[in-house]
Design a protein around this ligand. Structure first.
Ligand code: GLY
Length: 425
């Protein structure tokens, strides 16, 4: 089979790394890819938002399966376009991807179908939103409706912070049309985890639990990032609570999407807060998490390609039990970022130590923001590398990942030193 993977981050490197191992693959392409992906796949120069360009390439090259990593092409309708042209593609349709593409759509759906989520109000005028937050109880959460590259959620501890967030989103249009509507949401406490599953709209195949680390600094301090590291499994969530998410969130959401005539096929990712009063949905994503995908791909024993094909063809229930097999070992992925990230940062710094790290036992380096310039590996984005490691225990996986991180060096690099530590408490 000829397979095309769309995207250029650590998640896409992990997908390419896993797909490359499938005996079904004859040629593997990635668009646009990165320096790590280029060692495993033929990279193209078509950006993920150029869905027409990607479709033309897939038609010309007779691609048998296209795998979409990021949310932007999904929300632009890449799956609909490919399907119209009889090209097989893994991911939800544009209408189904609204679960991630519009937080207002998502929250209204959850409310309509009685799926547990924090209480919220929707505003499309800043004046009304400001009046509301002036009498709110703090902290509260302000969310831009549309896609904002992970920056559209602000936890506000004071009235001033809330007013400022509203002004940024609605008046100064920091996120363009994504901030035309906002949500003001109740702030809830608990343990947050990423509950992903594969669904074809008829059945659900569960994916092992992972936990992301969204804040930039140790101890969950500092601003939000795309994710500074992840691990799997996540023993801090009990099996009872996990089963509740399946029953109270995933199953009713799949039914709700069918009922709305927006059948969801692909990775249904629920960001869940496990609270004292049960699991609540913070958000849905319509794709694998990044960096959560990296430890998951390291632990995935099944061939990913048949799983994706069965999802597209709505025959996940025909794959037998267990639908997905996992390595019982634990995996940890530590993200190394550019100095200044998630704020302003410079790129183009040479990266050293990658070959040494990659040779270490049970270590895999997932490139995110890397490029080759004159043969040399250099930084090209905020998140640069994900250092993944397997271990018999989470502690062992963590120790291996950090031993590999130590060999890597570039100007200004930073990383969290406590990835997976929560699991030991
Ligand atoms: N790591 C969070 C996300 O992928 O949205």
């Amino acid at each position: 089979m000829k397979i095309l993977v769309i995207g250029s981050g650590g998640r896409e490197h992990a997908l390419v790394w896993k797909i490359r191992q499938s005996p079904l693959v004859t040629r593997l392409f990635a668009s646009p890819g990165n320096a790590g992906i280029a060692e495993l796949a033929e990279c193209l120069d078509i950006t993920p938002d150029n869905i027409e360009g990607l479709a033309q390439f897939a038609e010309k090259e007779k691609i048998d399966l296209t795998v979409v990593g990021p949310e932007v092409p999904l929300c632009k309708g890449i799956v609909d376009l490919f399907t119209e042209r009889r090209l097989r593609i893994f991911g939800p349709s544009r209408e189904a991807a609204q679960l991630e593409g519009s937080k207002v759509f998502c929250k209204n759906l959850l409310r309509r179908y009685g799926i547990p989520t924090p209480s919220f109000r929707v505003f499309n005028q800043s004046r009304q939103a400001v009046t509301y937050v002036r009498s709110a109880t703090y902290p509260i959460v302000i969310k831009a409706d549309g896609l904002a590259a992970g920056k559209g959620v602000v936890i506000c501890h004071t009235e001033d912070e809330a007013v400022q967030a509203i002004e940024h989103m609605m008046d100064r249009k920091e996120f363009g049309p994504a901030g035309e509507q906002i949500l003001v949401e109740e702030h809830i406490n608990g343990i947050e985890a990423s509950v992903m599953s594969l669904t074809d709209g008829r059945s659900i195949a569960t994916i092992e639990l992972t936990q992301d680390h969204k804040r930039v600094y140790d101890g969950d301090r500092g601003p939000n990032t795309g994710g500074m590291g992840a691990y799997s499994p996540a023993p801090i969530i009990s099996d009872r609570d996990y089963q509740r998410v399946i029953k109270e969130v995933l199953v009713p959401t799949v039914h709700a999407m069918n009922h709305e005539r927006r059948r969801f096929k692909g990775v249904l990712y629920a960001g869940i807060m496990f609270t004292k009063s049960g699991p609540k949905v913070l958000e849905f994503n319509a794709r694998f998490g990044d960096p959560e995908c990296q430890p998951l791909m390291m632990r995935l024993k099944s061939d990913l390609v048949p799983l994706m094909l069965a999802t597209i063809d709505e025959r996940l229930d025909k794959l037998g039990e267990p639908t997905i097999e996992w390595d019982p070992r634990a995996a940890v992925c530590v993200v190394i970022a550019s100095g200044g990230y998630p704020g302003r940062f410079e790129v183009g710094y040479p990266i050293e130590g990658v070959d040494e790290a990659a040779k270490m036992k049970d270590v895999v380096l997932f490139h995110a923001g890397t490029q080759r310039r004159d043969g040399k590996l250099v930084t090209s984005a905020g998140r640069v590398l994900g250092v993944g490691a397997l271990g018999t225990t989470l502690q062992e996986a963590q120790a291996r990942a950090y031993a590999a991180v130590k060999t890597i060096n570039f100007t200004g690099m930073h990383f969290r030193t406590d990835i997976a530590a929560k699991a030991f408490k």
